[in-house]
Ligand binder design. Structure first.
Ligand code: PGA
Length: 249
């Protein structure tokens, strides 16, 4: 079964008191969410506290990244094992901002996927093209290669655990959303590409859309058959907006 999922990627926002308020605001209205699994991805510094706040709720906890290594002399690194130990259950891997600002290549991302999976962190794996690639009509090729370099190399058992987020880079934080048709077209392409390697298992993969999802556009995007939810940045920082999106199915 494809699960419906709404995940909030806080990025590098909120100090701890603001994070606490945000989680409490979401918790207060969680009874309204009937159809979706809700995940929050606060900064590393907040994970332990947020894990305590979420105890007894259905909200799941994700980190925004993990190290490619197990442990050792990697100053600044945070390993998958550390993340599990503070209560994270998911890990965003391959966000376009990490690809761009931290130089994370497909090869590094493949290693991170293995690290996460080995430690029982569920990857939320991001793919997507930049504007110039879409304008040159290369977006399908770009996403296909991203998938072939990473998820194609997983075994069937690991593949079944993965959540995918399609995030066209030109739509992230820009206010410019892909149209529901553009999202559906790419999501169907991703599923079809994955089915070439994993067969019918790709039917069960949740593929989230990310890029300027707001309460005003979530419903029409989520209505598309191959869109199984969203990875939400800016709008996940306002509890009421995040809840409005999580109830937009
Ligand atoms: P946005 O970010 O919703 O602010 O566009 C989405 C993301 O980068 O995950």
């Amino acid at each position: 079964m494809r699960k419906k999922i709404v995940a909030g990627n806080w990025k590098m926002n909120t100090v701890i008191s603001e994070g606490e308020n945000l989680v409490n605001g979401i918790l207060k209205r969680m009874n309204e969410v009937k159809n979706a699994t809700v995940i929050v991805a606060p900064p590393f510094t907040h994970l332990y506290l947020v894990a305590q706040l979420l105890k007894g709720s259905t909200i799941r906890l994700s980190s925004q990244n993990c190290a490619a290594e197990d442990s050792g002399a990697y100053t600044g690194g945070v390993s998958a094992k550390m993340l599990i130990s503070v209560g994270a259950q998911y890990c965003i891997i391959g966000h376009s901002e990490c690809r761009e600002y931290y130089g994370e290549t497909d090869e590094i991302l493949y290693v991170k996927l293995q690290q996460a999976l080995k430690n029982n962190l569920i990857p939320i794996f991001c793919v997507g093209e930049v504007l110039a690639e879409r304008e040159a009509n290369r977006h399908f090729n770009v996403v296909r290669v991203q998938l072939e370099n990473t998820l194609y190399r997983l075994n069937d058992i690991d593949f079944e655990k993965i959540i995918i987020a399609y995030e066209p880079v030109w739509a992230i934080g820009t206010g410019k959303t892909a149209s529901p048709e553009q999202a559906q077209e790419m999501h169907a392409f991703i599923r079809q590409t994955l089915s070439k390697k994993f067969g019918a298992k790709a039917d069960n993969t949740s593929i989230l859309y990310g890029g300027s999802v707001k309460p005003s556009n979530a419903k029409e995007i989520f209505a598309k058959p191959d869109v199984n939810g969203g990875l939400i940045g800016g709008a996940s920082l306002v509890a009421d907006d995040f809840i409005a999106i999580a109830t937009a199915f």
